[in-house]
Design a protein around this ligand. Sequence first.
Ligand SMILES: Cc1ncc(C[n+]2csc(CCOP(=O)(O)OP(=O)(O)O)c2C)c(N)n1
Ligand SMILES: [Mg+2]
Length: 327
Amino acid sequence: MSNYPKPDAATLVKIYEKMELIRQNDERAHKVVKAGRIIMPYYSPRGQEVIPSAISVSLTAQDYICTIYRGTHDMLAKGVPLKLLWAELAGRVTGTCKGKGGPMHITHPETGVMVTTGVVGSSMPIANGLAWASQLSGDGRVTIANFGDGAANIGAFHESLNMAALWKLPVIFVCQNNRYAEHTTFANSTAVERIGDRAASYGMPGITIDGNDPDVMYGAAKIAIDRARAGEGPTLIEAMTYRFNGHLLGDDGHYMDKEERQRAIAADPVARLRKRLIDEGALSEADAVRIETDISAQLDEAIEFALQSEYPALDEIRRDVFAHELA
Ligand SMILES: Cc1ncc(C[n+]2csc(CCOP(=O)(O)OP(=O)(O)O)c2C)c(N)n1
Ligand SMILES: [Mg+2]
C-alpha cells in the first residue's frame, strides 16, 4: 500500500468536507426522527464516512453508484442534492422520487445515485447492469457497487463477481465491512477472515484495507477506478470500518462489544481528519469552522424545504410505475 497514489492537501480537504456533511446529516436525522418531525426507518452510516468520501473524489458526476438502505453517506459523497434527499426522506412530492420511494429507495440519476433497494445484495447485479450498459455504449463511466459484510454471503455477490470478471465490466465492488449484519457479528456469520480474499475465486484483484484511513481508501479506490475506466475490469475492495450505532435508529446496539465500540468512537475518523488537516496546515481552524457552519445552514434549509413541501397527490400513485402512464 506504500505505492498507492496519495491524495494531495486540497483533495484531503474535499474528503473532509464530505465527511463532515455526512456526520452532520446523520446528527440531524437522529434529531428530526426523535422529535417526531419525520417518521422513517433510519440506518445510520456514522463511522463509515471515509469510504464514500475518499472514493467519490476520483469519480465524475456521470459515474454511477449503487448503494443500500444504509446509504446516505454514499449518496451525499456522490453529490445528491440535499433538499431533494430530505424531501424524499420525508415522503414529499419534491423529493428525488416524488415522495414515492422514501428513505429505502433514494434514487437520483442526475448525480449518478442509482436504484437503491432494501434487498440485501441487490446493489451488485444492478451495478453490473449499469456497467454493462457503459461497456456497450462506450460512455467511459464506472460504477461503484456498495454493500455490507452480510451481503457478501448472499448468492448475488458470488454471481455478480463472476460475471463482472468474465465480462471485464467497469465496476468496483466495495464491501463496507462494519463488523455487523443486523445483530450478527462478522465472525459469527463468515468462515473466511477476509472477504477481499474471495476475489481470487473470481479472477479479479481483491484487497482488504483500513476503510477509515483516508489515504489508503483514496489510493485503493483510485487504482480500481483507473483500472475499470481503462477497460481492465472489476476490483473487489473490502473496506474495514465500524458501525457506531445499532442496526437502525431505535436499536441501542446492546449486543455490540462495548469496548470495541468505545474504541471505534474514540477514533472517530471525522474528528481525526479534522485534527490532522489543522496540524498539517492544510486547513485553518477558522476555515474548518466556516465549512461546518455552512453545512449546518444548508441542512437547515434542506430540512425546512422538505417539511414545507406537499405530500404526493393521489394521482401520483401510478405515475412513473407503468410505461403507458408516464405522462
Ligand atoms: C435478501 C434479504 N435478506 C435479509 C434481509 C434482512 N436484512 C436487512 S439488513 C440485514 C443485514 C445486512 O448486513 P450488511 O450487509 O452487513 O449491511 P449493513 O446493514 O451492516 O450496512 C439483513 C439480514 C433483507 N433486507 N434482504
Ligand atoms: Mg454490516
